[in-house]
Design a protein around this ligand. Structure first.
Ligand code: GLN
Ligand code: ZN
Length: 769
């Protein structure tokens, strides 16, 4: 290989594109289908049109090889389950009766059958449907969707590359089906799965695929020797098939580490690697194995999951280094562009000067094309693009928005003492007991009460100018009155104002903090037809004025019982936003923490004795590789303490987390030094209470006794039984009684009944003490 011929051959590609369309057509069509307003043919036609639009746009922008098969009516992992015939027994009848309805039944459940479980796709906010497998699983190939979509793209005269979830990742993402032993390892099914992949590959080749991409992001996580061995076997078997297209094995979200030599040695034709955050590690590892002689290297140099313009000069340097390491180097975004919004130019409310710092899917596509052109034809052919890029980067680096001297001075002056409460927990607990005078097993809720249709109407009315701010605030106040009087009647001990004024727990704060940007059209798929618009942490963060104090003190004015102040914590503010890439995450977290600290202190000054700082995202932002976790946890827990440590000892700090599986972060939970933590626990029968106890967690905790994820009302006996289970792990002096999470998605009838039962359960168990 010569680096000159590798450069000349450079091409542009991407692995996937936003699915729903400019006008959210896919979401509308699918939801219309569910409601019976759109028929199956119309839905299929909409979907096909969206795919064509995407491909034409990609090809028109200069992408040489467009992805196919990345489209989905719901989720591409579910599509993979269909492709390999892994239909759970309970869904088989529905799938046989009607493939499309059966597909949606697996995704969403029906009146009678539960859907597949949903969980986050690596460390993104995209959710996939977890494959359910067991020793009796029989795989059968169904390549229809992949083949059909490939043919559609080929019919447009395009070069197309089908993209599939790879077999190893598919099995590593799976879990034992209901009724199968919990220790069943889906990876033991590899030998049964590979022939099915072989069949699909052969079908795709017959349909005209020169290349097929197999995504193996699970290989960027820490893997055991047995798992790496499975990868070796998988790609030896697939690589030595005679009737197959060329195989590109793709990795993204982090470095390949130990899996890199495995894939480099495998008899496949190309590898795709992430050269954004993992660039240095992947470069070193590539050099260490002597490059990829005879193979195609696809270099993901444009960040596919954040929204900032690429540093083209830097990317060209990386690409230049890579040229000597493979036969052919292609340029790509680091992962599917599914994780970013469609088009920054659709944003009308963002100042043009800031808009040019942003790159959504369309802009990223253009960057990939520019880089491939620069690589293949020399940088002399992209001088205009390079100059514009340098100007955009300079404007961002020198902007007063990204460099606020007051914020920087304040962050620079933070001391270790600022991140520590003035007294140890034991002394604080005594002061809080005296101050609050709560009973044993105090009852509370997590913050939100039902977001009723009337509240949504009020917000829509305000946006549309049908009511003014004063009118809107009257409606919110009325809601707060109702929530407070309900809680008093029910007999809860620590009340909340109900969060009626919040559209979303991150957006609400983002809108009030300087340095945050909101988008109008920046929709990103969260799951199925649910799309979110993450705000953008664009500049230095400050809080011009109090954000929640008015509502909390209004609620407190209506009752003598303590009303808990309610804030979203710094880690969650980062996790559910697009973050800055021009400074370490920890620096951004500190800025957000200091802004929130002011809010916490203002709440205390206004008379709030209990303040909850929610951190549901602490666990999900955990880095994919264990080696990176201590550093993350250090800044994350420090940011939480910086937010909360400024209060008096007798002010009680609560935190809240959901989404189960806390086992590996109990130490971090301890390091938050919150006085009380509420956690999701009802479905796991108080598992987390035992985990906290095993760790010797010294502070108060409220493992949830009411699963708020369904309208089901837990009986008093059921909640009491969970509470007694909690008492086996946590002594009565430190145990709280609360639901798993906020009630915003619930209706009022079940909320009333459930909280009545929750309070009755607390009273019953108190009587036994
Ligand atoms: N306080 C928030 C609520 O009750 C917490 C939400 C969450 O943990 N996701 O809605
Ligand atoms: Zn929660």
């Amino acid at each position: 290989m010569t680096s000159k011929s590798a450069a000349a051959a450079a091409r542009a590609t991407v692995y996937g594109y936003p699915r729903q369309g400019r006008g959210r057509e896919l979401k509308k069509a699918i939801e219309g289908y569910w409601k019976g307003r759109v028929d199956a043919d119309a839905l299929r036609a909409t979907a096909a049109e969206l795919r064509r639009t995407n491909w034409r746009q990609l090809a028109g922008a200069g992408i040489h090889e467009v992805p196919t098969g990345d489209f989905s009516y719901y989720d591409h992992v579910l599509d993979t389950s269909v492709m390999v015939g892994a239909i759970p027994a309970r869904h088989r009848a529905a799938v046989e009766a009607d493939a499309l309805d059966g597909y949606f039944a697996m995704a969403r459940g029906t009146q009678d059958v539960a859907p597949l479980e949903m969980t986050k796709w690596f460390d993104t906010n995209y959710h996939y449907l977890v494959p359910e497998l067991g020793p009796d699983t029989v795989f059968t190939a169904d390549s229809a969707k992949q083949v059909a979509e490939l043919r559609e793209a080929l019919a447009l005269g395009l070069t197309a590359r089908p993209v599939l979830v790879g077999p190893v990742t598919y099995l590593l993402l799976a879990k034992p089906a209901p009724g199968v032993a919990a220790d069943f390892d889906p990876l033991t099914l590899l030998d049964r799965l590979l022939p099915v992949y072989a069949e699909v590959l052969s079908d795709l080749r017959a349909a005209g695929a020169e290349w097929v991409q197999l995504d193996e992001p699970a290989l960027v996580q820490d893997r055991t020797p047995a798992e790496l061995n499975a990868a070796t076997r998988a790609y030896r078997d697939l690589g030595t098939l005679t009737d197959r297209p060329k195989l590109l094995v793709a990795s993204y979200f982090d470095r390949l580490g130990d899996a890199l030599p495995v894939l480099a040695k495998a008899p496949v034709d190309g590898l795709a690697l992430d050269f954004t955050e993992a660039a240095a590690a992947n470069l070193d590892a590539l050099a260490a194995v002597g490059g990829l002689p005879g193979k195609r290297l696809v270099a993901g140099v444009v960040n596919g999951r954040n929204i900032w313009v690429n540093d083209l000069t830097k990317s060209l340097a990386t690409l230049g280094t890579l040229l000597g390491l493979a036969d052919r180097v292609d340029v790509a975004a680091s992962c599917s562009l599914l994780h970013v919004p469609l088009d920054a130019t659709a944003e009308r409310d963002i100042e043009p000067q800031i808009l040019r710092w942003l790159a959504f899917a369309r802009q990223k596509t253009a960057e990939v094309v520019t880089l491939a052109k620069g690589l293949a034809q020399g940088t002399g052919t992209i001088t205009g693009e390079l100059a514009a890029n340098r100007a955009a980067l300079a404007s961002r680096a020198n902007s007063p928005i990204t460099r606020d001297p007051a914020v920087r001075a304040r962050v620079g002056a933070v001391t270790d003492a600022d991140a520590h409460r003035s007294q140890p927990y034991g002394e604080r607990a005594a002061a809080q007991r005296a101050h609050l005078g709560l009973p044993l097993l105090p009852t509370t809720t997590i913050g939100s009460f039902p977001q009723t249709a009337e509240l949504r109407v009020a917000r829509a009315d305000l946006r549309a100018g049908r009511i003014d701010t004063a009118g809107y605030e009257e409606r919110i106040k009325a809601e707060i009155q109702e929530v407070i009087s309900f809680q008093e009647k029910t007999g809860l001990d620590v009340l909340v104002h109900g969060e009626a004024e919040r559209n979303d727990m991150v957006q609400y704060f983002a809108e009030q903090l300087t340095g945050y940007l909101a988008t109008q059209h920046g929709w990103v798929q969260s799951y199925g037809t649910r799309y979110v618009r993450p705000p953008i942490l664009a500049g230095d963060i400050s809080r011009p004025e109090p954000m929640t104090v008015r509502w909390t003190t209004y609620a407190q004015s209506l009752t003598r019982r303590p009303v808990k102040g309610m804030l979203t914590g710094p880690v969650t503010m980062l996790a559910w936003s697009f973050v800055r890439d021009d400074q370490p995450l920890g620096d951004t977290a500190r800025q957000v923490a200091l802004a929130l600290r002011d809010e916490v202190n203002d709440l205390e000054t206004a008379g709030t004795s209990v303040i909850q700082v929610d951190e549901p995202a602490l666990r999900e932002t955990l880095p994919l590789r264990a080696a990176d976790r201590p550093r993350y946890l250090a800044w994350a827990t420090e940011a939480f303490r910086l937010t909360t440590a400024g209060v008096r000892p007798d002010t009680q700090i609560h935190t809240h987390m959901c989404y189960a599986e806390f086992g590996d972060i109990v130490q971090a939970i301890d390091d938050l030094d919150a006085d009380v933590i509420s956690l999701e626990a009802a479905r796991s029968h108080m598992q987390v209470a035992r985990e906290l106890a095993a760790h010797g967690y010294p502070r108060e905790a409220g493992p949830g006794v009411y699963d708020i994820h369904s309208p089901r009302v837990p009986s008093t006996d059921e909640a009491a039984a969970l509470l007694r289970k909690g008492l086996e792990a946590i002594p009565a002096e430190r145990l709280w009684v609360n639901p798993d999470c906020g009630l915003k998605t619930r209706g009022w009838p079940e909320t009333r009944a459930s909280l009545d039962n929750l309070v009755a359960a607390a009273q019953a168990v108190r009587a036994e003490l």
